[in-house]
Design a protein around this ligand. Structure first.
Ligand code: ZN
Length: 298
């Protein structure tokens, strides 16, 4: 028998084109504007310069947000509710798996709303899409979000996002249609409720679980096969092997129907907040654009 080790089917390190040694050509011409740009810090296949790239992201911002509000945000709720309905007919072990997936949808929805908030807040510094799609739910990002939002009133949150507050809209109540005022007031309430639910993400094992889910999808319903571990019969656990620390981590979660209902309700509030935050931002931006024509266009 050959003593050669079998060929590794997957690279041990993720492929990182950006750091694949030195590039032969470090300067390229942008396909959009024709300007030269430095390739040394980018993938050698990059075709556009950084300013053109940012402009192209800004150009699709409205369509992206509109699509996300109508489809992406709702997707978390659709999946969680379908899972919850299927739970009733499932056997106890399957119920645990389904329960874990519902919690996963809560974490996904929470990540999206935090990402949206931070992206709106930084919209004058970098394209909204860049912040939104690069946002990661982890202990530092959740702690930073908590500092930004904890204990803040709805108006504080809106001010932080440089959006009109409820007080601003109340002051203009006589000038805006009643329907618009009601929609605005409703959106403000939905946004602050959703943000309140997102803040609960750092409770219990949720944050550790979010981290573990990025590394492993191995679930177990018992731990008697693991030395010095135990779990309750109503729990499900995620098994994560941390190769660097040479430890095996387990994140156990109790799955009860009333608790899952709390998660379903939270997903509903969080996705509603994302939808209304987008509506508010796009609505305000369009209104301001109508009120303040570009210089030279009047
Ligand atoms: Zn360019």
């Amino acid at each position: 028998m050959s003593t050669r080790r079998p060929t590794e089917p997957y690279p041990r390190q993720p492929y990182r084109a950006d750091s694949d040694g030195r590039h032969d050509i470090a300067i390229a011409n942008c396909e959009e504007c024709g300007d030269e740009f430095d390739l040394t810090a980018s993938d050698p296949r990059t075709q556009v310069c950084a300013p053109c790239w940012d402009r192209s992201l800004d150009a699709i911002e409205t369509a992206f947000l509109d699509n996300y509000a109508k489809f992406g945000a709702k997707a978390h709720r659709t999946v969680a509710e379908a899972l919850f309905r299927s739970q009733a007919l499932a056997d106890p072990d399957d119920r645990k798996v389904i329960g874990m997936r519902i919690v996963e949808e809560y974490l996904n929805a929470a990540q999206d709303l935090m990402a949206l908030y931070v992206a709106l807040r930084r919209r004058h510094e970098q394209p909204l899409l860049t912040t939104f799609t690069n946002f990661e739910l982890n202990a530092p990002s959740v702690a930073a979000f908590r500092i930004l939002t904890s204990g803040r009133s709805a108006d504080d949150l809106l001010r932080d996002l440089q959006l009109p507050t409820l007080a601003d809209v109340d002051a203009a109540r006589g000038e805006i249609p009643r329907k618009d005022w009601r929609q605005f007031a409703g959106a403000v309430l939905t946004i602050s409720n959703g943000i309140e639910r997102v803040q609960k993400v750092d409770q219990g094992v949720l944050l550790e679980l979010a981290d573990g889910l990025k590394q492993s999808s191995a679930l177990t319903h018992k731990m008697d096969w693991l030395p010095d571990r135990a779990m309750n019969p109503d729990q499900v656990a995620l098994v994560v092997l941390n190769q660097r620390r040479r430890v095996l981590l387990t994140h156990a979660l109790a799955i009860h129907e009333p608790q899952l209902e709390v998660f379903i309700d939270a997903i509903d509030k969080i996705t509603g907040a994302a939808r209304d935050l987008i509506w508010l931002y796009l609505h305000v931006r369009d209104t301001i654009a109508l009120d303040d024509p570009q210089p030279g266009t009047t």
